[in-house]
Design a protein around this ligand. Sequence first.
Ligand code: PLP
Length: 389
Amino acid sequence: MLHTVSAFDRMGEENAFAVLARATALAQAGRDIINLGIGQPDFRTPGHIVEAAIKALRDGHHGYTPATGLLACREAVARRTLAMTGVEVSPESIMIMPGGKPTMYATIIMFGEPGAEILYPDPGFPIYRSMIEFTGATPVPVPVREENGFAFSAEETLSLITPRTRLLILNSPANPTGGVTPRDEIAKLVKGLERFPDVAILSDEIYDVMTYDGEKATSLLAFPEIRDRLVVLNGWSKTWAMTGWRMGWSIWPDGLYDKVRKLAVNCWSCVNAPSQYAGIAAIDGPQDAVETMLDAFDRRRRIVVEGLNRLPGVSCATPKGAFYAFPNVGKTGRPAKKLASTLLEKAGVALIGGPDFGVLGEGYLRLSYANSEENILRAIDRIGKFLET
Ligand code: PLP
């Protein structure tokens, strides 16, 4: 009998991967499956980014890089951060990470242990809660409510802080709701956090370019008063359609940077060099492919919302960010997870049940609109026919 540590039994999963596996298996068995389940752009990585990686390998960049990432890559991130937020960050505070998730992991294991409390959004990206449980800390859900435009409320968030709170996780624009928290609300939260100087903040800003209807994402970097306890998570996965490259970055306060650097040395050494060259090309090169993708997402967003609102028992708020719709299906009278799995098996539409993102996700589905307009329309048609039976 092998004795593994119990932390692994507490670890959760991201059901989107299980749905993808099931959808792929059904498709391989000959079923016509429309996949609105997975959170990755359906566009290819722009050609000049791919070429930069190939050139890097041809030029002999095959070896280790510094654990923190190539200086040129960190400088590119600093330039991009300044352009997006107006805030100067030193390359010496930037870590190049193997994707967005490792920053989540690093931050949560830095603060989580039995007795500690960590606040995280619910509904929210499922890995936050999973990793909090892994550390033995107590996960404290911060409700993200439809009636509040799926923004988090400063007042409600602050009311959940106790002397045991170590870390607060924020995400805007948000997965799975598409919610964007207004700047005023974030400013109110930051003001309130002055009363709790021992609480660190992890701001997941991976969807920062993906906003619509003139909405703008607010980076927590805009508030210098919390810089000494703020970790910002970002990366290439969504913006440049690079999910499989495993390229992310994070910005760290002085006191934590050396800890994450050491974690990198112990766990993954560095991110592979050609991907970092690709990352530089992504930031410094033309952004027209990003614009094209965002225009497509915007068009599809309207189609999804309009289509869903025509279905019986379904109402869908217009998401302001990311590439997800989070329709309320409470009035269909069907539990959301069961509805999601039945839609896949019976109607051939892969999507995710809201409860996979937290208890407050009950009564909702998440549809990723990273699929063609034609497929989105077909999927909505199928869902409608299913709901009418
Ligand atoms: N943060 C959020 C809110 C996400 O939705 C995702 C991916 O779906 C990630 C982080 C992880 O990104 P990556 O694939 O780069 O690890």
